[in-house]
Design a protein around this ligand. Structure first.
Ligand SMILES: Cc1ncc(COP(=O)(O)O)c(C=O)c1O
Length: 405
């Protein structure tokens, strides 16, 4: 580790709150799938800043858009019309199939928080004053604000922060009977990730999501989908994961890859949900600012133009196949899950953290969830050569471990 790393790591420890156990590396630049550290070492990035840099690092179209807009006007607030906001909303609506309105914010938690407020507002207006409960899934993740933490189905993340806002019920994913058992007139929405990301890459079953849609129609509830991690072609051909399931939600939360790593988020709503907020109901100083909206438009344009969804589908299938082979060869992977370039290898022993640490030394940026799941979220420019390198190094690391133990 270089002197610059030592200085910054020490300052981080002294002046930045310890909410993350940071890896021992200082990244100073990137391009596509490649990252470079302060000593000039190159890495292949299979994390994308936790699924946020779908276009790859330092994409020139986004850099240019930020430069152009920030040299003209950075911020005036949502009290005024600005360039790029309405156009971005129109483009997002088109990507979702048309007929959508946007509320812009700055992160995934804010998008989910906005979706929760919208669902409650809609429930009160359409079903009655008690219709404020929201059903979410066990193992889900919707953010770290108090309401999104309450929505999150992971008690370990909640325990230190009570009391949390009331009105959230967690049910096991893909168990329709469990969800039905919770329904009454106080429920205004069901909120799900199409593929649970932070929980360990667990997809909704196709039949389950379709049945939840039907239940929402029959019982007058909104279907809210959190596509913060699955959005923007992460899961393959379709811009959003639910489109591959053939289901149309009422509300969609977006963030992460929306502006290729810059802080952007949106609550998208269709039908009566799109009309639920009135002036004064919700707001954000920075959300929908012209620089971020220009960056998001450039991101979406380049993702479409470079056909990175198709690529995510093809290369994701290649990675999945390779992980399957690795499972057979090593006997250390019990299950491979996910879709497109959002995949996980579930190990049969608690080795994921050790592999991530060893991978970094071999030039791979990897991510583990808990001790036994490794999650892969590379930029969508990821190709077969990079996947071959990943699989080769992983195979060696797993074999070395076997030899060591
Ligand atoms: C599905 C989902 N929702 C919400 C969030 C929260 O996003 P943020 O960290 O931008 O607040 C995340 C973050 O990982 C996520 O994966």
């Amino acid at each position: 580790m270089g002197e610059r790393f030592d200085t910054l790591a020490a300052k981080d420890a002294t002046f930045v709150m310890g909410t993350y156990a940071r890896k021992p590396v200082l990244f100073v630049e990137g391009s596509g799938m490649r990252l470079v550290d302060d000593e000039g070492r190159e890495y292949l990035d299979f994390v994308s800043g936790i699924g946020a840099v779908n276009l790859g690092h330092a994409h020139p179209a986004v850099t240019e858009a930020v430069w152009q807009q920030s040299s003209r006007l950075v911020h005036v607030s949502n009290l005024y019309h600005v360039e790029h906001r309405a156009e971005l909303a129109e483009e997002l609506s088109a990507l979702l199939g048309g007929g959508w309105k946007a509320f812009f914010c700055n992160s995934g938690a804010e998008a989910c928080e906005g979706a929760i407020k919208l669902a409650r507002r809609w429930g009160r207006a359409n079903k009655g004053p008690d219709a404020i409960r929201i059903i979410t899934a066990e193992r889900s993740f919707h953010g770290r604000t108090l309401a999104t933490l309450a929505a999150t189905g992971q008690p370990s993340k909640q325990e230190a922060f009570g009391p949390l806002p009331a009105g959230f019920v967690h049910v096991p994913l893909n168990d329709l009977a469990a969800l039905e058992a919770e329904l009454d007139d106080t429920v205004c929405a069901v909120m799900l990730e199409v593929i649970q990301g932070e929980g360990g890459v667990y997809p909704c079953d196709r039949e389950y999501l379709a049945a939840v849609r039907t239940l929402c129609d029959e019982r007058e509830m909104l279907l809210v989908l959190d596509e913060v991690q699955t959005g923007f072609w992460r899961t393959g051909e379709t811009p959003f994961a639910h489109q591959a399931y053939g289901v149309r939600p009422d509300v969609v939360a977006l963030a992460k890859a929306m502006a290729n790593g810059l802080p952007a988020g949106a609550v998208m709503a269709a039908g009566s949900a799109a009309e639920a907020f009135s002036p004064g109901d919700h707001g954000s100083t920075f959300g929908g600012g012209p620089v971020i909206c220009a960056a998001a438009r450039a991101t979406i344009g380049a993702l479409a133009q470079e056909e990175l969804g198709r690529r995510a589908g093809v290369e994701g299938a290649y990675l999945r196949e390779g992980l399957g082979r690795l499972a057979r060869e090593t006997g250390m992977i019990g299950e491979v899950r996910g879709r497109g370039l959002m995949l996980a290898a579930h190990f049969t022993a608690p080795i994921a953290g050790d592999l991530v640490a060893a991978g970094l030394e071999r030039g791979l940026v990897l991510n583990n969830i808990g001790t036994d799941i490794m999650r892969f979220l590379p930029p969508l420019v990821c190709g077969k050569a990079e996947i071959d390198t990943l699989l080769h190094v992983l195979s060696e690391l797993i074999t070395d471990r076997d030899g060591a133990s």
